[in-house]
Every structure is written in structure tokens, then in C-alpha cells.
Design a protein around this ligand. Sequence first.
Ligand code: NAP
Length: 244
Amino acid sequence: MKILILGGTREAREIADIASGERGVEIVSSLAGRVREPVLPVGAVRMGGFGGVQGLREWISGNAIDLVVDATHPFAGGMTANAAQAAAQLGLPVLHVRRPGWHEQPGDRWIRVPNLTVAAETVAGLGDRVFLTVGRQGVAAFAASGQFFLIRAIDSPEGAVPPRHEVLLARGPFAVEEEIALLTAHAIEVLVTKDSGGALTEAKLQAARTLGLPVVMIDRPPLPGGAEQVETVAQAWDWVLARR
Ligand code: NAP
């Protein structure tokens, strides 16, 4: 059985780890190739876009793939939609692995927004000093804002940036005490983040709660209609084994 794992997440690497120890299972992990120094999964890896739904369909057929496990980031909506379409056209099973989103807790001051554009409009009224953690591809949505932005991303922002900003290149995990120190040192008044979920980058939310700061939380794009979805690596692996 040959599985295409659409990756770029910790979950995708964990699925590759498990699969590599299983006899009779062959895997290929796929990465978009955007991050300069990606953390690579074990086993075979291919890099770069497939060329839309048609390119993906051709790649899947040409490589005799039996199953597609879409373990991309919850905000990689384009890749997810393409995977769902290509698999449906080929009649192949596809599973979407989506870690749970974050949930508001007592003491939190969250404002949920549907996308980056509304996040930029919303944050305008919430303070002059913003901690922006929306990934380097999301920064351009804030380019017309006059506030100060502390931008944290793995690689430098892509495209236009707000006139007043500082870039902090870093990759999680982050600790709560470090996050509190960072927000305090930069006199941050409001945090903007995507609802990525997971423990790796959750500490900023605890820091905002401790400091009483508002959080503009960008909701995930919806999964394609009728998609089969699980939340954990263990559930994903059960799904794979059930199809042997
Ligand atoms: P996206 O907007 O959904 O995808 C745009 C295009 O990038 C896709 O149509 C595809 O190009 C290519 N692509 C995306 N993921 C790919 C993969 N795993 N393998 C091969 N091609 C891929 O994706 P994105 O939000 O830019 O994310 C890119 C990658 O970064 C994904 O692997 C994702 O898991 C990871 N990531 C994203 C975020 C985030 O916040 N968006 C955060 C952490 C990690 P073609 O149409 O040419 O096939």
C-alpha cells in the first residue's frame, strides 16, 4: 500500500514515523518547499507544488498512490481543496487530519474573525502595539496599518509589510514565561493569531491571558463538504490500517 502524506506539520511527520516502521506500507511525504530549512520527515520526500488539481491527479496516478492523507496545516486551504478534488476524481480515499482548534478560557479576551482582512480592520481599534503571528504569508494584509507590529515568523515576511514593524525570526515551541517577557519588553497591547491549535505555539495565548491583552483570533477555513476528518495521529493511523 502506497500513501501520499501531504505535510508541513508535526502531525504529518509523526504519521511518517509510524508508517516507516510498518511492513507493506510505502510512504511519500510532500512539502510545499516554502520554508528555507524545513524539518524533514523520515522516508521519501518530494518538494514543491504539483500544479493544481490536474498536476496532483497526474502525480498520484504516476506514482501508484493508494491513499492520500492530508496532514497539512489547518490554514493550508488551497492544498486541502486540491487533495479532496483530485482524490474524488480518481476514486481514492482521502483523509484530512486537523488538530483541534484553540478554545477560549476564563480570563481570555478573544475576538474571533473570519479572515486576515477582517483581522486587520479589527486590530486597528485595539491598541498601537501589535504582536502579529499569522505566518509570513499573512503579513501583507496588515501593510496599510499605521500601528507598530512585532512580526514573528519562521522565515521573513513575503510581500508588503506595515511601515512600523520589527521582525523576529523564530520557530516554536515557546514557553509561557518567555512569551510574557517578550510581550512586556515590546509593550504589546494586542495579539493577532490564526487558530492553528496545538501545543507548540499555545504559550502566547496563556501570556495574553496573564497580561489581560485582547487576542484577535482568525478562524480556520472550512474543510471541503463531505470530507473525512480526524483530529489525531492515532486516529489517522487507524484509518490507514482499516484500508489495508
Ligand atoms: P496552500 O495555500 O493551501 O497551498 C497553496 C499551494 O501550495 C498549493 O495549491 C500547492 O501548489 C502548494 N502546496 C501547499 N502545501 C503543499 C504540500 N504539502 N506539498 C506540495 N505542495 C503544496 O498552502 P500554504 O498555506 O501556503 O502552506 C504551505 C505548506 O506549509 C503546507 O505544507 C502547510 O502544511 C505548511 N504550513 C502552513 C501554515 C499556514 O499557516 N498556512 C503553517 C505551517 C505550515 P500546487 O497547486 O502547485 O500543487
